[in-house]
Ligand binder design. Sequence first.
Ligand code: C2O
Ligand code: CU
Length: 432
Amino acid sequence: MKRRTFLASTSALAFLPRTVFAAGEMLRLKAEAVVQQVLPEGEGTTAMLGFNGAMPGPELRLRRGVRAEVEVQNALEEGTAVHWHGIRLENRMDGVPMLTQELIQPGARMTYSYVPPDSGTYWYHSHYISHEQVARGMMGPLIIEDDVPPDVDHDITVLLADWRLQEDGSLINEFSDMHSVAHGGYMGNFARGFLSQSQVSIGDRVRLRLINAATNRIFPLQISGAAGSIVALDGMALAVPRALTDITLAPAQRADLIVDVQEDVAFDMLMRDGSFRLADLAAVGANSDRQPTPIRALAAPDLPKPNTPTQHLTLTMMGGAMGGRHGGDNIWAFNNVSDLQPEPFAAFQRGETVRITLVNDTSFPHGIHLHGHHFYEVDADGALGDLRDTTLVEARASRDIICVFDNPGKWLLHCHMLSHAVGGMRTWVTVA
Ligand code: C2O
Ligand code: CU
C-alpha cells in the first residue's frame, strides 16, 4: 500500500452534524467504528472511530448555566472515556480514566452531567489512550451558547485536524511510533477543516469558531476573503476584539472570529513551502441589508479575580530528541519526572492564586493544557494577558501563567501534543 504524499489541497465540502440541547433532554453519544469520507469526494473512504456514525462527532450545543446530561455509550471493542475540553466542570465529570473515573467498558454506558459555566467554543474528545483514540477520530465540537448571541448572520464551526493515510484513504496505524513521539508527535499527511455550513453571502457578518482537534499539529492559519476581529480564545471572550491577522492554533486551542465576508472565504495552512487549503466557504449572492458597524466584544466571562500569588512554581519541560538528559523514565518529563505519579506536582487550597513559570527546555514547541480551569498568560510586560486553557510554549522559551485554583479535585496538567503526553509529559495537581 502506498502512503499519501503530503496534503493534497481540498475544496470539497465536509460537514459537521449538529445536535442542539433542549433543557431536560438527554443527549446521546455512541462511540463506535465509522467509515468517513476524509479525503475529497471521489477518493477512498477511511475506516476509523467516531460518535453517532460520524467523524468528527456531532456538534453539541449546550446552554450556559443549564445542566446538560450526555450519555456516552461505548460500542467500541476497547474502553473509553470522554473529556469536555475547557469546561470548568465538576471533577468527577472530567473524563480522565484512573484519575476521575473508571473506564467505560465495551458495551457499557456512562452519563456525564454538568452545568457549563461559560459560553464559548470548546470540544470533546476521548481521554483514554487519547494519542490513538483521538487520532482515530474520537472528537467533536462542543459549543456553549451565548445568553445573548452577537449580531451575526451565521455562526459557523470550523474543526481542523490531520490524519496519516494511505493513498486509498485507510488510516496508517503508527500512533505510537517512537520517532514521532520523540519529535513533534504523530503528524498527518492529510489535513482538512470540517464546516458546519458551506455557504455565506458577500456582506454577511459571520462568527467563525475555529477548533484545532489535531493530535499534534500546530496550525498556522491564514484566512482570506473576510476581514474582522478575534473575539475569543479558548472559549473566553477578549475584553477588546483584536484585528484579525494570521493566527496560530496549537492542538486543542480555539479562536472565535467575527468577520465580514468580502468574497469566498478560504482557510489555508501556511507552511515553509507554500500553503494548503483546509476548507473554504462559498460566497453566494450578496447581503445588502447589513450596515457596517464596529465589532463588539462578547459578554465577559465570570471568572474569579486573581489575588497576589501565594506560590510561584516552575514546571520545566524536558526530554525528546535533541533534548538534554533528564531523570524521568519515559521520553519526555516535567521537572525530571515522567508520567503520572501517585503524588501530584502541587497541591493547592481552593481559591489560591498561583503563578507557574512554564520553562521549555526542549527542542520542540509544547501546548500545555490544564484541566478544570482557565489561566492567564502573563504578557512580556508582566500584565495579565489572555485567558486560556492551553498555552503554546515555543522551543527554548518560557511562559508564566497565573491561575486561580478554585475548582476542587484532581486535575491533569499535560502537553496536548498527545504523542508527548503518552511519551511522559503529563502530571496532575490537586485542589482541596
Ligand atoms: Cu483536551 Cu487532557 O485534554
Ligand atoms: Cu509537547
